[in-house]
Ligand binder design. Structure first.
Ligand code: NAD
Length: 445
């Protein structure tokens, strides 16, 4: 099948590579010329496990092409997927500027039937707006071309995106037309062979399903962080509580890890956009507001622990930081908890020496010109001569460090662990002071 994908970011590239790998002819379009040039040379601009190999294999097989030429790309596809960014506008709503610009571009050049698919995360009513935009543009050209608009939200997780796309839990299709259901089923057939995972519903419910999923995940995280803060004050250990409640199948173990707050390109902006949609619809979304407020506070928890240990003034201190990406296996630092901590530390006069297995280049881009922020080549180099260590991302390589070496390298020596990676009693046996999240006062030696 012929597929055109607008937006060559995390979603567009993974979708394009996976659809090409199933034998489809895929053209990926982006307005970022430098990005397309790199992709056409075989360079993948983001870190996503397995993506380089998948893209290049399919590019070399002639099934996957990258271009800035929207006219040629629109001519190509029966399916026109929109997977451009929907960042937060100033008022918190999802900025649909890119999505509607793509709709106009498609309508300006389309000459035969196509299915326009909104894969970007978009508020309820967006498919209607895309439909209206295409109709308006076609009318202004005096053209009559048939088309359908389908909602097909994406649920992939950065860091495990290829597996998620190749073996999805579900494929949600929002449509009001049986013809598109069959075409969408044919597109996804290779990925749902083992049993039918296509969930077909009306367009508005499909659009809301994506926000509901992310809001639920954010709620689980904020709930556990709330509990962690209570545990810490009443002398309980949240890690024991986590296991105690996760064993209940109605609750489950997934996504109930306390930590330094949620970040990334999706949960923060999607919860904010849902709050905004609710407000516009005349409903006060109290749970969602609390989820946001708890998360904003949680991102500052490590900083407050550092201040409680060293005193309010941090001038002259150097903090080693392990982890910059918002989660492991990605270089994405959008809204990452590390950024809140770095900003607060720098503002308080401290220096930061950070290490991340893949996000170093992204951090250097974000903090270019900030002399108090440096990036180390490895975890121990970051710790060398630093006063204390803060852990912000739970990369596998941080899970079993050489604590003796750390004690020698760190001046203080203190660890502020925002991901509860270690057994507090074990760390203290090595002579390190250890602060974790939600692990009662008596444990925080
Ligand atoms: N990143 C994720 O994990 C994830 C998961 C599920 C859903 N989503 C949603 O998918 C959408 C895309 O997210 P992303 O992380 O891939 O974004 P991204 O920022 O990584 O990529 C977006 C791309 O779109 C391009 N673009 C912008 N306007 C364009 C236009 N008019 N024509 C062609 N290309 C254009 C940009 O240059 C950029 O390369 C968002 O709505 C996001 O919420 C993201």
């Amino acid at each position: 099948m012929r597929v055109t994908i607008f937006g060559s970011g995390y979603v567009g590239l993974v979708t394009g590579a996976c659809l090409a790998d199933a034998g489809n002819q895929v053209v990926c379009v982006d307005i970022d010329g430098a990005k397309i040039e790199r992709l056409s040379r075989g360079e993948v601009p983001i870190h996503e496990p397995g993506l380089d190999e998948l893209i290049n294999r399919n590019r070399e097989a002639g099934r996957l092409e990258f271009t800035t030429d929207a006219v040629k790309a629109i001519e190509h596809g029966l399916f026109q997927l929109i997977s451009v960014g929907t960042p937060s506008a100033e008022d918190g709503s999802a900025d649909l500027g890119h999505v509607l610009a793509v709709a106009r571009t498609i309508a300006t050049h389309m000459s035969r039937y196509c299915i326009v698919i909104t894969k970007s995360t978009v508020p309820v009513g967006t498919a209607d707006k895309v439909h209206a935009e295409i109709e308006r543009t076609l009318a202004s050209r005096g053209a009559k071309v048939e088309f359908d608009v389908v909602s097909n939200p994406e649920f992939l997780k950065e860091g495990a995106a290829i597996g998620d796309f190749m073996k999805p839990d579900r494929v949600v299709i929002g449509t009001d037309n049986p013809r598109t259901t069959e075409l969408m089923r044919a597109l996804y057939e290779p990925f749902i062979r083992n049993h039918d995972r296509l969930i077909v519903m009306d367009i508005r419910s499909s659009e809301l399903t994506k926000y509901a999923a992310n809001a639920m995940l954010a709620t689980k995280i904020s709930f556990m962080n709330e509990l962690a803060n209570i545990a810490e004050r009443v002398g309980a250990d949240i890690e024991k509580v986590r296991i105690g409640i996760g064993s209940d199948p109605r609750i489950g173990y997934a996504f109930i890890y306390p930590g330094a707050g949620y970040g990334g390109s999706c949960l923060p902006k999607d919860v904010t956009a849902l709050v905004r949609s609710a407000d516009e619809a005349g409903h006060d979304p109290q749970i969602l507001r609390a989820v946001q407020a708890v998360n904003t506070r949680q991102k500052e928890v490590l900083f407050h622990k550092i201040q409680r240990h060293f005193g309010p003034k941090l001038e002259g201190l150097t903090l080693a930081m392990w982890g910059l990406a918002f989660k492991p296996h990605t270089d994405d630092m959008r809204e990452a908890p590390s950024r809140t901590l770095i900003d607060l530390l720098l503002k308080a006069g401290a220096r930061v020496k950070a290490y991340d297995p893949v996000a170093a280049a992204e951090a250097q881009r974000i903090y270019a010109g900030e002399s108090a922020f440096t990036v180390a080549r490895n975890a121990y180099q970051a710790a060398e001569g630093a006063d204390a260590l803060a852990i912000v991302t739970e990369w596998q390589e941080f899970r079993s460090p050489d604590f003796e070496r750390l004690r020698e390298l760190l001046k203080a020596p203190v660890i502020f662990d925002g991901r509860n990676l270690y057994d507090p009693a074990m760390v203290s046996r090595f002579g390190l002071t250890y602060y974790a999240i939600g692990r009662g006062k008596r444990l925080a030696v």
